[in-house]
Design a protein around this ligand. Structure first.
Ligand SMILES: Cc1cc2nc3c(=O)[nH]c(=O)nc-3n(C[C@H](O)[C@H](O)[C@H](O)COP(=O)(O)OP(=O)(O)OC[C@H]3O[C@@H](n4cnc5c(N)ncnc54)[C@H](O)[C@@H]3O)c2cc1C
Ligand code: FES
Length: 349
């Protein structure tokens, strides 16, 4: 057994256990979601001691669901709101621009979350998906509302149903919050870089930072591949009125209308320093590039990667999609669907 100190509380814990399991055995629940090293929710700082990072080290932090205790150690995590469940109802589904839709959900119980965190949303009849609650493009939100910016993906099980199967009046279940890429108190410049609807958590952080920590300089880089998806223009006007001048709006796929520029988000990342705090939200490829540059510069780095879901489909939906004919897909979810269809097909013949 070794001694593991978590946020000042010391427990006995077995050598070789992951930090999540070791903490749990001592009655401490570390923030966590996927427990597979994907979501980053469980990232903790190692203050001292013997921890095998299992390849997840970033500066002095590790993923607690992967890293293993090798001896006595001390770790710290920033407190986050407790994970809760609530129900709700969709009150508005509104096209913002291009493929981007704003969805407003009125929840029965307010969901406390930190700017940048995400929640699991299950629209009735559809599988759960992760979405990042944010604000309207003029920076507003009621306490009992969750506002989402969602990109409609043509063959997306959930996003393609926005406005058809998911409409005002649809019931919703929400669980959360999760995630490690949230705004903390601090000094120094905040650099926000996003692709597509990665702007949702970015915008949530930007507004909270301007209102709560106005002394911190802020850089906002928002991008999309297709210029028609640059839905965030009104939000950037709000930031300009708040005195933020370092704003870049960019599209990589085609020339956008000025003042938006042509290029990838990372083309406009400023030179970083150890005083900076960088948040990268959206495409995993962009995040990898920003992470490399932030860590090389010694900047604090937080990532909010929009990884495709690999979750189970509700049974009703599997059956419905089998009989209505699901389009050809390549994701793990769709591989499961194909396997199920093959199974049913075999048992029929
Ligand atoms: C932490 C987190 C926060 C997120 N926040 C948001 C958010 O605020 N707004 C938002 O629009 N999305 C967000 N996402 C993505 C979201 O969870 C879904 O993956 C997305 O809406 C697609 O779901 P779907 O059911 O429509 O597509 P699926 O049926 O799951 O997938 C359809 C096809 O699209 C591909 N695909 C799925 N997701 C993506 C993606 N993000 N980029 C490119 N291709 C994809 C799949 O591989 C598949 O081929 C977030 C993801 C994570 C992990
Ligand atoms: S819980 Fe550890 S990475 Fe998701």
């Amino acid at each position: 057994m070794s001694r593991l100190t978590i946020n000042g509380k010391t427990i006995n814990a077995p050598v070789g256990a992951t930090l999540v399991d070791a903490a749990l055995q001592g009655g401490v629940v570390l923030p966590q979601d996927c427990c597979t090293g994907q979501c980053g929710t469980c990232r903790v700082d190692v203050i001292s001691g013997a921890v095998d990072a299992a390849g997840t080290a970033e500066r002095n932090s590790v993923l607690a669901c992967q890293a293993r205790l090798q001896g006595d150690a001390e770790i710290h995590f920033d407190p986050v709101p407790l994970v809760m469940k609530t129900g709700g109802i969709v009150t508005s589904v509104r096209d913002l621009a291009g493929e981007i839709v704003e969805v407003v959900v009125e929840v029965t119980k307010p969901v406390p979350y930190l700017p940048g965190q995400y929640v699991k949303v299950e629209f009735a009849g559809f599988p759960a998906r992760d979405y990042s609650p944010t604000l309207t493009l003029d920076g507003l939100r009621e306490i009992n509302q969750l506002i989402f910016h969602i990109r409609r993906i043509d063959d997306g099980i959930v996003s393609a149903a926005l406005g058809s199967g998911i409409v005002p009046g649809s019931k919703v279940k929400v669980r959360g919050p999760f995630g490690h890429a949230f705004l903390r108190q601090g000094e120094g410049r905040i650099v926000l870089i996003s692709t597509g609807t990665g702007f949702a958590p970015s915008w949530s952080i930007a507004v909270a930072a301007r209102l709560g920590q106005p002394y911190r300089p802020l850089v906002m880089i928002a991008s999309a591949r297709d210029p028609r998806n640059l839905y965030m223009r009104p939000a950037l006007d709000w930031l300009t009125k708040q005195g933020v001048n370092d704003i870049v709006l960019t599209a990589s796929g085609a020339n956008p209308l000025p003042p938006a520029r042509h290029g990838r988000a990372t083309d406009f990342l400023p030179t970083l320093s150890p005083a900076d705090t960088v948040f990268a939200c959206g495409s995993p490829e962009m995040i990898e590039e920003v992470k490399r540059r932030a860590l090389t510069a010694g900047a604090a780095f937080y990532a909010n990667p929009f990884l495709p879901s690999s979750g189970e489909l509700p049974l009703g939906m599997k059956i419905k999609r089998f009989f209505t004919g699901a389009p050809k897909k390549t994701s793990p979810v769709h591989a499961q669907l194909d396997a199920l269809a093959a199974q049913i097909g075999n048992s029929k013949s």
